[in-house]
Design a binder for this molecule. Structure first.
Ligand SMILES: O=C(O)CCC(=O)C(=O)O
Length: 258
């Protein structure tokens, strides 16, 4: 499976500009026979949380139509990062994935809201899992701060997830945490970690970039720099079983003790 990560420099509160720039970046890489594309967290609005009522529509329908259209037109899986999704229950930070036919195959709303960036003041936490199937492979979606909760991720891996997709807006001062946590999640879960951060800055934060694809052995297969860019990686799905049989972590677990 060939993956492309779209490390967008998200324009603050400007969905039109972000949609236009993302399309340009996606088009630039399609000729490389990409199977799956991943965008960052809140890539249409950024963290302009105060204005989400004006910059988002009901249930994120407009962006779903646009991203689903891109997937169908190019017969490529598009994991359209996360978007702010306005509902009667509140605004959710929701991961959305589309298959090659343009069908929305997964919505997962961020479960752990990040107080350092005021998410709990404007957003509602989700309470559903992130499991889905992509081209017949079991996968799961998480969003940014979720990677600090290994038990949440392990729960998905025990349910079969092998590909862990993580859109993020991770700030630069904690770049070391980003790289370490992602690498740990890959090694301890013997799964591919595919993580797309944003580039650039907003009025409150400078972001880290450094989107990464990490193998189940913890090898960094691709890593972006700080700037806006597109990176790609080839994923060998058979490596998951090879590594899981070499060090049988899942058989050796002692869940009766913990
Ligand atoms: O956990 C962190 O340090 C960053 C989390 C974050 O930026 C987010 O969830 O949006």
């Amino acid at each position: 499976m060939k993956i492309a990560l779209i490390q967008l420099d998200v324009a603050f509160g400007d969905p039109e500009k972000n949609v236009h720039q993302s399309k340009k970046m996606i088009d630039s890489v399609l000729k490389e026979n990409i199977d799956t594309i991943l965008l960052p967290e809140l890539w249409t609005t950024g963290y302009d949380l105060e204005h989400l009522q004006e910059t988002t529509d009901n249930n994120g329908e407009n962006i779903k139509r646009i991203a689903g259209g891109w997937a169908k037109e190019n017969q490529v899986n598009i994991i359209a990062g996360s978007i702010a999704r306005k509902t009667e229950q509140g605004i959710f930070n929701t991961f959305i994935a589309f298959d090659r036919a343009g069908n929305c195959i997964k919505e997962y709303s961020k479960v752990h809201l990040f107080r350092l960036m005021n998410e709990e003041k404007y957003l509602t936490a989700g309470d559903q899992d992130g499991l889905f199937s992509l081209d017949g492979v079991q996968a799961a979606g998480f969003i940014c701060y979720d990677i600090r909760f290994p038990e949440w991720i392990r729960k998905h891996v025990l349910s079969g997830a092998r590909l862990l997709f993580i859109p993020a807006e991770w700030p630069k001062p904690r770049l070391d945490h980003w790289r370490t946590l992602l690498t740990c999640r890959a090694i301890e879960n013997q799964s591919y970690v595919i993580a797309c951060n944003r580039a650039g800055s907003d009025p409150d934060n400078e972001f880290a970039g450094h989107s990464m694809v990490i193998s189940p052995w913890g090898e960094i297969l691709a890593e972006a720099g700080e700037e806006e860019s597109v990176i790609t990686a080839d994923i060998d799905l058979s490596a998951i079983d090879t590594i899981r049989s070499r060090i049988p972590v899942f058989e050796d677990r002692r869940p009766e003790l913990y």
